[in-house]
Design a protein around this ligand. Structure first.
Ligand code: CP
Ligand code: NVA
Length: 336
């Protein structure tokens, strides 16, 4: 029994394996229908509000294009554009939006805000990223992994997450591995391992689903024979710039570079990154940090590895569109 219809999508652990699998398979179908110009508009007449309290390129565009493709209309409320939490309570805002819209996308800071918004909203609330979780990202990543590893099921793949393992992407990949039951290795210095309680909860769930989650500081052990290495930025949105010094000092060993690729002993290993990435000095922040710390070849990933694997990485970005579309249709329409 699927519980996606009329439900919020706040974090992956709220869902069953079959529901996540369903969304991935549905997204795959929607992707093909769009490419064949045969898309069916399930969301005609629906109104969606997108609240972004932090910046975004992919997530906002994926929600907007998915809505437009499906015949829905969107309102975008960017950082500082609403009274939410500042002049109007989350409860009152949830009540107002529930009278005007059919669905709410929310990107913000503390996960408790989205929990509260959802509690008082009569319409589905979708998490477009909080400090703790980024579940729509992982839907796109799982679809990408499934497309690459065609001859095995998604629970049979292995992935090493390297770098800052205390952030929203790391927490969400933990939850994904727990539900799906794939082999996940968190490869990071202990200081940046995930929250202990979340880790134990995910490890227990993963055993139920015949999976395995380990945390290690040992790069060779962590990446050996993996199908995928996933990384993310070392300082996330909303975190202080003062953290860069400590993060670089502890995380530079965990950069995806040629030596890490050799340690995988898998010449077909694929690289994943949710983006944006600091792989070169073509951004204001990237340039500043690379110069300040006298680094020349990217931060969390070297430029050459990024370029070599860019088709996979940009497929992840595109897949946000198809998976977010699958999610919106499944929460708003009963037909499926
Ligand atoms: N990966 C991701 O969420 O990108 P944006 O911040 O551009 O939405
Ligand atoms: N951890 C990153 C993810 C960006 C998609 C951040 O929160 O900034």
């Amino acid at each position: 029994m699927l519980t996606l219809y009329k439900h919020h999508f706040l974090r992956l652990l709220d869902f069953h394996n079959s529901e996540i699998q369903y969304l991935i398979n549905f997204a795959k179908k929607l992707k093909k229908l769009k490419k064949d110009q045969q898309e069916i508009k399930y969301l005609k007449g629906k109104n969606i509000v997108l609240i972004f309290e932090k910046e975004s390129t992919r997530t906002r565009c994926a929600f907007e294009v998915a809505a437009f493709d499906q015949g829905a209309h969107v309102t975008y409320l960017g950082p500082g554009n609403t009274h939410l939490g500042y002049k109007e309570s989350i409860v009152d805002t949830a009540k107002v939006l529930s009278r005007l819209y059919d669905g709410i996308e929310y990107r913000g800071h503390d996960h408790n805000v989205i929990n509260n918004l959802a509690k008082f909203s009569k319409i589905p609330v979708w998490n477009g990223l909080t400090d703790q979780f980024h579940p729509t990202q992982l839907l796109a990543d799982l679809l990408t992994m499934q497309e690459i590893i065609k001859n095995r099921k998604i629970n049979e793949i292995s992935c090493a997450y390297v770098g800052d393992a205390s952030n929203n992407i790391a927490n969400t990949i933990l939850e994904a591995a727990a539900i799906i039951g794939f082999d996940l290795r968190i490869v990071a210095p202990k200081k940046y391992w995930p929250n202990r309680q979340l880790l134990s909860q995910c490890q227990l769930k993963s055993i139920e689903n015949k999976g395995k989650i380990i945390c290690t500081e040992n790069i060779a052990k962590g990446v050996k024979n993996v199908d995928f290495i996933y990384t993310d930025v070392w300082v996330s949105m909303g975190e202080s710039n003062k953290l860069w010094t400590k993060r670089i000092e502890l995380l530079k060993k965990y950069q995806i570079n040629d030596s890490m690729i050799l340690l995988t002993k898998n010449k077909n290993v694929k690289i994943l990154h949710c983006l944006p990435a600091f792989h070169d000095n073509n951004t204001i922040i990237g340039k500043k940090i690379l110069e300040k710390f006298n680094l020349h070849n990217g931060l969390e990933i070297t430029n050459s590895i990024f370029e070599e694997h860019s088709s996979t990485i940009f497929e992840q970005s595109e897949n946000k569109l198809h998976t977010i579309k699958a999610l919106m249709i499944s929460s708003l329409i009963k037909i499926l």
